[in-house]
Design a protein around this ligand. Sequence first.
Ligand SMILES: Cc1cc2nc3c(=O)[nH]c(=O)nc-3n(C[C@H](O)[C@H](O)[C@H](O)COP(=O)(O)OP(=O)(O)OC[C@H]3O[C@@H](n4cnc5c(N)ncnc54)[C@H](O)[C@@H]3O)c2cc1C
Length: 398
Amino acid sequence: MALAMDISTETRNLLADVHEWAVTHVRPRAREVDDNCAFPADTDEVLAVCPVRHSPLDFRYSGPGHTDDPEVLRKLEGGGDLLGLLVMEEMAYGDGWGWQALPGNNLGERAVRLLGSPEQIDKWADGTLRGEYKFTSICMTEEHCGSDLSQIRTNVARDGDQWVLNGQKRFISLGAISDYLVVFAQTDPGSGLAGIRAFIVDRNDPGLSVVKRAEDKMGTRWYPQAQLQFDNIRLDDDRRLPSDNFGEIMAIMNGTRPYCAAIGIGTARGALDYAWSWVKEHEKGYSSKRWDLLEDQVKEMRHGLDRVRNLVLRAGWRHDLGTADGTFAHVAKGHAVPVIEAVTFRAMQMMGPAGSSKEHLVEKWHRDVKFLDITEGTNQMHRIGVSRAYIGRMASKA
Ligand SMILES: Cc1cc2nc3c(=O)[nH]c(=O)nc-3n(C[C@H](O)[C@H](O)[C@H](O)COP(=O)(O)OP(=O)(O)OC[C@H]3O[C@@H](n4cnc5c(N)ncnc54)[C@H](O)[C@@H]3O)c2cc1C
């Protein structure tokens, strides 16, 4: 990969180890996870030889987990989001399931960390670091709305000194198996975003049920999205996350959107390398002019990935510094995903009919990257987010 920044020898060595793990241990099980819609039977053995102990998505809070030495972490680009994004790309280069099997892919935990009180952070968010909770989810999307959360119908009403939650959510990642869920609900019907608050629902709370355990999806098939029902779930005040600022609520994704892009860059790079090697190994009798054209196209695709990687790393660096706003995340994911989709599609196309065959993983990677254009905001929403930020800035200067 080409980086427009210097990274330490320690980081380079770690990335080389992660790359080796992803190609040697994760990729050979990629067809199995796609066919079975589940992690492989020997997942624990694969994770036991992983060079890091936590999911890169969580490095900001947990660190990579293979070392606690502050001096080593400092040399590893600080051990936070910048390192996490670099490691994520290498993991996804092998295949997307590896990083998701590691502990720490917990959007529910992230929501509690950003919106919760110190007591809630200690109990629920730090509980995942202590190993008390394995999976957590964030529940925003409903059957009829995802981008426009002002339409949320799941509602919560005050009854005595408790809250009563009712409604349904769909497409909730890990929703059927999470230990707890952070559920976004309307407290004041008709008030749109202003009335939305977040509540922690424990897996064992009476009234929580699973309508559908997993969607039958085109890609990322090992990663389950559930449909959940909430029937008169009674919650004490300590389950309500105190933030009532919707901008703050959405800040959860300032940190996670660049990771979506890093996953896609790793997958697209893996697909391109695989397809280009395959084309070169199979004597196709192409004219030299056609080879030249193909070489130019491959170079252009690599440049495209390098350009969007720089946006993604910039978003992570600003997040580590604590100076990121939503715009960096919108720009990074909004620019990256179309490039990722185009490269993965072209990689498959370069192989001709073989690209569509299940003998090769390129058709799977092409299906896998589709979800990046949906989850954590569609591309249109990123463009709207960037436009709003710039128009807002111009208006404030006028
Ligand atoms: C694999 C996967 C995992 C997911 N995990 C979760 C999860 O854990 N928790 C959760 O809450 N949700 C989750 N989701 C749901 C996801 O966040 C939503 O599907 C997403 O936000 C899009 O919302 P929507 O489904 O309402 O689509 P819509 O908003 O209906 O979008 C449909 C199309 O219309 C376009 N569009 C919408 N509004 C506008 C506009 N104003 N201008 C122009 N175009 C527009 C969109 O860009 C899109 O192309 C997941 C989805 C997938 C596929």
